[in-house]
Design a protein around this ligand. Structure first.
Ligand code: ADQ
Length: 473
């Protein structure tokens, strides 16, 4: 990798949040995930992160802010712009579209105008700092138009996109009346990566149908008249070592043991999600309810802990869903609590890393049953946390990107209450030997394809895909 190629990461949200305290506005690091993975890459290449950091953002946050080894350049957006671009076009348009919930899509002209404007602001922020040979790495569906804007401006860098969520088939994507603009925008990039092969195929097919541009499958690419855009499936990994270490940490184990005592159950099941309709929490609760109906002998012996992080709670769809989940929780607890033992505990909060690790360590069975998910990191985090003891059962939705890699999980159709119930039957009845065999196989895969692997491969391909000036040296 040429030392001269800096890395410019661009994403909607920054790896810090601005928090107002007695001493004024302060940047606080957000935990885990992508931010941690890109730390090492940004340290190695040098570079910066461009993102929206909240409506109160000031000027550049210099390296050292909140312990980050690189500066953050905020993109400033007014509150109304954020409402229309982020809460509007991104969260109420593209998010349901890409997760195949067309009836939830709200595509409004004012949302689209704000989306375009916000993308122009992001592109301008890149243009203000970019140098020849830089690697520009854009993240996700908030920034579809940025690659096209950078290309039109003749930016002499390699531009890559990672699409974190699913890419839907053309029959669904085509519902958006700005489909051609979105696809053309993305094709400004040199390289576009998706989580899975079906996402790649759906994208190529949409390009072929809606832009009339030829595409090829092997290797996957879009053949524009003047150049080619590389496309590939690149499943995101997790910071494996950290989750594995947490799983065997003595403090975490003590917390997990305390948790189990409090729950008073022989078998602990766990769901951990952002509170989003795509995560299938309501359907999961119904599947669990059916399990308790069918297997009365388990009612006093099992407890499902559902941890949900509050998310997008100003949007009506999310508020309605929260109400339905609250009702389902009340109903299940009311129906099946016996002798003071509730078979369900609902925790509505964001957990600190160590607390989350304690929940993973305490859980005999993890239920990861999204209706549709780009990847789903919880599935991989659970596996890594259980690696040292080689025990635990993962019940996984066939519609999570992770199901393509984690084939030894108990795979279920999350829309089918009976299938979830059967999955729970298999999980509680699984003999220890089989649990060990499956968990070992899952662990090997999660360990090899971790976050460092994912970052390294993406950046190597991006450096090779760009204009000659970027890939030279
Ligand atoms: P998300 O939809 O946010 O991400 P996911 O992959 O499930 O989904 O990651 C959620 C993260 O939040 C996990 O790291 C998990 O540990 C954490 N988390 C969940 N509940 C929590 C809680 N209560 N407290 C604290 N932390 C919690 C998008 C796509 C996914 C894709 C990722 C990464 O929608 O499909 O896997 O990006 O590409």
């Amino acid at each position: 990798m040429p030392a001269a190629s800096r890395l410019i990461v661009v994403s909607n949200r920054a790896p810090v949040e601005m928090v107002r305290g007695p001493e004024g506005l302060r940047a606080v690091r957000t935990v885990g995930g992508l931010a941690g993975a890109l730390d090492d890459a940004l340290r190695a290449h040098g570079g910066l992160w461009i993102a929206w950091v909240g409506v109160e953002a000031g000027d550049e946050l210099p390296a050292g802010t909140a312990g980050l080894p690189y500066p953050i350049r905020p993109v400033r957006l007014k509150e109304r712009e954020v409402n229309n671009y982020y809460a509007g076009f991104a969260n109420q348009g593209l998010w349901p579209l890409c997760h195949a919930f067309p009836s939830r899509c709200r595509f409004q002209a004012n949302y689209w105008a704000a989306y375009r404007h916000a993308n122009e602001r992001f592109a301008a922020a890149v243009q203000a700092v970019v140098r020849p040979r830089d690697l520009v790495w854009l993240h996700d569906f908030h920034l579809c138009l940025v690659p096209g804007l950078l290309r039109a401006a003749g930016v002499p860098a390699s531009v890559g996109v990672f699409w974190h969520i699913p890419f839907p088939p053309p029959t669904v994507f085509g519902i958006c009346r700005w489909r051609a603009e979105l696809l053309s925008g993305l094709l400004g990039a040199d390289l576009i990566a998706f989580q899975t092969e079906p996402d790649v195929r759906n994208f190529l097919e949409s390009v072929r149908q809606f832009l009339g541009v030829p595409v090829s499958d092997a290797p996957a690419r879009v053949r524009l008249p003047e150049r080619e855009v590389g496309v590939f499936a690149h499943p995101i990994g997790i910071d494996y070592e950290t989750f594995r270490a947490h799983g065997s940490d003595a403090t975490v184990q003590t917390k997990a043991a305390r948790l189990r005592t409090t729950l008073g159950a022989e078998v602990v099941m766990l769901g951990v999600d952002r509170l989003d309709y795509t995560k299938g929490i309501l359907e999961r609760l119904r599947g669990y309810e059916r399990f308790l109906e069918r297997r009365p002998e388990w009612r006093r012996r099992v407890c499902l802990v559902q941890v949900a992080v509050p998310s997008r709670d100003r949007l009506p769809d999310y508020r309605d869903m929260k109400r339905s989940i609250d009702e389902a929780v009340g109903r299940i607890v009311g129906r099946f609590t016996s002798e003071g033992h509730p078979p369900l505990q609902y925790v509505y909060t964001a957990l600190a890393r160590e607390q989350l690790a304690a929940y993973y360590a305490a859980a005999d069975i993890a239920l990861v049953t999204p209706l549709r998910d780009g990847m789903n990191l919880v599935a991989k985090e659970y596996v890594a946390s259980r690696a040292a003891r080689e025990d635990g059962v993962l019940v996984l939705s066939e519609f999570a990107g992770a199901a393509r890699e984690l084939r030894e999980a108990v795979i279920v159709n999350p829309y089918d209450v009976e299938a979830i119930c059967r999955g729970l039957d298999i999980a509680v009845d699984m003999p220890p030997d089989e649990r060990r065999r499956r968990m070992r196989a899952l662990d090997r895969r999660v360990a090899t394809r971790d976050l460092a692997w994912w970052t390294r491969i993406f950046l190597a391909r991006l450096a090779a895909a760009g204009p000659p000036a970027a890939s030279a040296a």
